[in-house]
Design a protein around this ligand. Structure first.
Ligand SMILES: NC(=O)c1ccc[n+]([C@@H]2O[C@H](COP(=O)([O-])OP(=O)(O)OC[C@H]3O[C@@H](n4cnc5c(N)ncnc54)[C@H](OP(=O)(O)O)[C@@H]3O)[C@@H](O)[C@H]2O)c1
Length: 278
């Protein structure tokens, strides 16, 4: 069984999902990518993260292939580009995403990052989509603490269900204020690039801990991002062995000794740092 965490709305979602950035770029690889996602679903990683931006819609089409015949098992997260974040723009972008995803609803629809459209307008558009049943929940991505505070000040702002941000052992800035802010309000933080796009898989500083757990460095990095409640990790894996290793990382229990060793090698932030993005 995969551990779950609760959205503010009360719905439980798995703490380990699957990313799709770079999927759908090459038509010859699409079948393997969909197979990898399906393997992940079989192993219980039933939250899939995608976006209209990825492969200009191609990643959403790979997701459609992966979830065909089993849509109800899956919690689909997709994102609207800031350039489409106006009232009409969101409506059109969502329709197109739904078409590519081959579904009638997106479980969680995120604003990919902040752009020029007033936040209140985007939130109104999200609420209208929710009322129409086209999205079940909405949230944000790449929002720093001041953005979250601004959102919180809007009438419907408290309906936000998640903030998806860059978070891994080498990118711990959010621990200073954003993570505690979200935690305090029961808003799960979705950690993107949890293995730093593969780089933490080759990280010598993780070697000793990995050996102790008979695991790989990437698995330790991933286990670390899911070490506490309110954190969801969405690694992207197109190789089946990576999918299996990622699922297995959920069963790794890091000891307090491991955690303090990791704090020494990858120190937590001592002061506020602006949110980093990839
Ligand atoms: N909201 C945003 O702005 C934003 C930004 C970036 C990413 N994201 C989302 O977050 C997801 C994950 O981030 P990401 O794709 O940037 O990076 P990531 O998940 O940290 O890393 C993906 C890379 O790591 C490799 N990998 C996966 N599992 C591994 C394992 N167990 N051992 C060794 N290597 C492993 C993958 O290889 P293979 O593919 O060859 O298996 C791939 O090359 C994205 O796919 C996307 O859905 C969101």
């Amino acid at each position: 069984m995969i551990r779950t965490t609760s959205l503010p709305a009360g719905e439980l979602v798995p703490v380990l999902g699957q990313g799709t950035w770079n999927m759908g770029e090459d038509s010859r690889r699409r079948r393997d990518e969909a197979d990898a996602l399906r393997l992940g679903l079989d192993l219980g990683m039933t939250l899939i993260d995608t976006a209209e931006m990825y492969a200009s819609g191609g990643a959403e089409e790979v997701v459609a292939e992966a979830v065909a015949g089993r849509r109800d098992e899956v919690f689909i997260v997709s994102k609207v580009l800031p350039s489409n974040a106006s009232r009409r723009g969101v409506e059109t972008a969502c329709e197109q995403s739904l078409k590519r995803l081959g579904t009638d609803r997106i479980d969680l629809y995120l604003l990919h990052w902040r752009g020029g459209v007033p936040l209140a307008e985007t939130v109104d558009a999200f609420e209208a989509l929710k009322a129409a049943g086209k999205v079940r929940h909405w949230g944000v991505s790449n929002f720093d603490t001041d953005d979250m505070q601004e959102l919180d000040g809007l009438a419907a702002g408290s309906a936000v269900q998640s903030n998806q941000v860059l978070y891994n052992l080498s990118r711990r800035g959010i621990e200073h204020d954003l993570l505690p802010w979200c935690r305090g309000r029961g808003i799960p933080v979705m950690a993107y690039s949890p293995v730093e796009q593969g780089k933490l898989g080759k990280e010598p500083r993780l070697g000793a801990i990995a050996d102790r757990h008979r695991a790989t460095p990437a698995q330790i990095a991933l286990a670390w991002t899911m070490r506490a409640d309110g954190l969801i990790a969405i690694p992207k894996a197109s190789r089946p062995e990576h999918v299996r290793q990622n699922r297995a990382a959920l069963d790794i229990v890091l000891t307090s000794e491991d955690l303090s060793e990791l704090d020494k090698a990858f120190p937590p932030p001592a002061r506020k740092r602006p949110l980093e993005m990839i």
